[in-house]
Design a protein around this ligand. Structure first.
Ligand code: KIV
Ligand code: ZN
Length: 390
């Protein structure tokens, strides 16, 4: 059923799993701005919300469906008729609607969340898929807490929902529990043991409780999943979801994986900033790909190597993700090469002797003051030129 077996479909859930985070709630017009940016970025699916959860979310799914043309618009439901009815109504203007329904799959959820049995839960999952199919052709099923589910039962559930018409099966590591090889093996087991697996796309949806969401998603893709569920900046429940920019840049950097997405990565920096300001959710400076320091070089050894050839310390070019430029940050760990680079940038040509004098003064200043800016450098020149014999 896949046209290109090496294409990874990017399912963005910034506006659903991401927006669930306390403080990240958005008004409809803000969601539309992000959805349009996601469309330009080239995502395949936008999970627009959980329509039954509130009138505001219902309305947002309607408005997003009108505003967006290319990506599939997806709405989340639990495995019950009312949720599915409401989602279908909210999706009525979507050009390409998808209902995302599902239920718990681990014994823990089955007992402690649903007070039920495997057989009953499986039947409810199948019934939900069949019911959603009355409204839309494209139905995705999520097996919640699949990361902790018994693999034989999970395989039975996946086979049954595909037989009921699911076009995509989502295998969430809801609690961010798995190790990459465990999660990858789960996906491989499903590919090898579910008879009708080729009739659906396997989707990975990983949470970051142990900091493994990206690694687990990649392991799932290496083992045959072809949709990745992710968010901009990795926002989401608790420690967050898989970060889209990380997955896309891993696939782009490691071409030997043989996988690709339709994402225009040069838009990452801009959309990352839109999401952080709209959602009032700062990004840690050392965050991969989009953090403020992601392309900053600060130690003397790295700066010297970078200035000789940027590829000594740059596996991704900042411009490839829309980042303004790499930065050589001056700190007390910087060397002469970096200092000279910045002095020249400011128009000061210094010889070896002058540089040595200014460098000594620079180290004293950098030890005392964390941020060395252009004014500081100009002042260093003024204070030390005579001493340096210029
Ligand atoms: O983490 C999860 O299991 C989810 C599902 C609702 C898809 O977000
Ligand atoms: Zn989730």
């Amino acid at each position: 059923m896949l046209h290109d077996p090496n294409k990874v479909y990017v399912f963005d859930t910034t506006l659903r799993d991401g927006e669930q985070v306390p403080g990240c709630q958005l008004a409809t017009h803000e969601k539309i701005e992000i959805a349009k940016a996601l469309e330009l970025l080239g995502v395949d699916v936008i999970e627009a919300g959980f329509p039954v959860s509130s009138p505001g979310d219902f309305n947002s799914v309607i408005e997003l469906s009108k505003a967006v043309n290319d990506p599939i618009i997806c709405a989340l439901t639990r495995a019950n008729k009312n949720d599915i009815d409401v989602a279908a109504q909210a999706l009525k203007y979507a050009k390409r609607p998808r209902i995302h329904t599902g239920i718990g799959s681990s014994d823990f959820h089955i007992k402690h969340k649903f007070n039920s049995t495997r057989e009953e839960i499986l039947a409810r999952g199948v019934e939900a898929v069949k019911y959603a199919k009355k409204y839309v052709e494209d139905v995705e099923f999520y097996a919640e807490d699949a990361g902790r589910a018994d693999i034989e039962f999970l395989a039975r559930m996946v086979e049954a929902v595909i037989a009921a018409g699911a076009t995509v099966v989502n295998i969430p590591d809801t609690n961010g529990y798995c190790l990459p090889d465990q999660y990858g093996s789960k996906i491989r087991f499903l590919r090898e043991n579910v008879k009708n697996i080729d009739q659906a796309i396997i989707s990975v949806h990983c949470h970051n409780d142990l900091g493994l969401a990206t690694a687990n998603s990649i392991a799932g893709l290496q083992n045959g999943a072809r949709q990745v569920e992710c968010t901009i900046n990795g926002i989401g429940e608790r420690a967050g979801n898989t970060s889209m920019e990380e997955v896309v840049m891993i696939l782009q950097t490691h071409k030997t994986l043989g996988l690709h997405t339709g994402i225009d990565a040069t838009r990452f920096f801009e959309i990352s900033h839109t999401v952080r300001s709209q959602m009032n959710m700062p990004v840690q400076p050392n965050k991969a790909i989009v953090g403020a320091n992601a392309f900053s070089h600060s130690s003397g050894i790295h700066q010297d190597g970078f200035l000789k050839n940027r590829e000594n310390y740059e596996i991704i070019r900042p411009e490839d993700v829309g980042f303004p430029s790499a930065a050589i940050v001056l700190t007390a760990r910087s060397g002469r090469h970096a200092l000279k680079h910045h002095l020249e940038r400011l128009g000061h040509q210094v010889d070896k002797e002058q540089l040595a004098t200014i460098y000594t003064a620079f180290l004293d200043l950098a030890d005392a003051k964390k941020d060395i800016n252009d004014d500081d450098l100009n002042q260093l020149i003024v204070n030390n030129l005579a001493k340096a014999g210029a």
